[in-house]
Design a protein around this ligand. Sequence first.
Ligand SMILES: [Zn+2]
Length: 262
Amino acid sequence: MPELPEVEFAAKRLRHAVAGRVIVRLEALHPSQQKYLPDAARRAAEGLTIVRVERRAKVQLLHLHGGAILEVHFRMTGDWEFTRVGDTPPRHERVRLETADGVRVSLVDSRALGVVRLHAPGAYVPPIIGPEPLTDDFTADGFRAALVRRRGPIKPALLDQKLVAGVGNIYASEALWEARIHPATAANTLSRQRVTRLRDAVRLVLETAPTERYYGRDDVDEHELWRVYGREGEPCRCCGAALKRLSQAGRSTFYCARCQRR
Ligand SMILES: [Zn+2]
């Protein structure tokens, strides 16, 4: 599942491919997309220039000339694939966008859960979400103020987009290991010092994400990439103890019981 670094990587490639270019064709190729992109919406986008591509949390926003916005959610398996008009289309292509100079951008999505939706000028209402973790908006004080109001363990809290935007299951486990905080620690009991360490760890794991080395490739052993994620039973990279897994709010969490304290 793409998380913030993967969506940022995708947005960067999209920006490079289409920013400043004119949409000549927009097609919903799968029933899952046709309900989000009805004919009228697709026709409204055709002929417009893509002014800029923005990422907010895990959402990509294509700002079109005149103020309309194409909103894109990859959800579980979405990604972009870039080809030229006339090339063989990629597998699992759900939405196709073609530019006046022959670039074809496909939303490829094996599970077809992604969403591409057009908002008329002024109609897009951004969701209420927390600060972007890689900006100065994500302060230790603000993070602490949000955490002291939380009951329950820290790991599920980190996945709450209202607390901090774009942290998903992989990077939450990774950050807690970096910060040496046990994932079951009650969020509202963390000291100021530990909250600061966790904030720094969230930024570190996102900044050093191995996205460009593994994302969309199948020749990379993911176990080599992560500190703890997916490595149950394997040795901790710090102390050598066998890593553990627990289930929290239906999601797997990986951690070192020796390095990470409550
Ligand atoms: Zn350890």
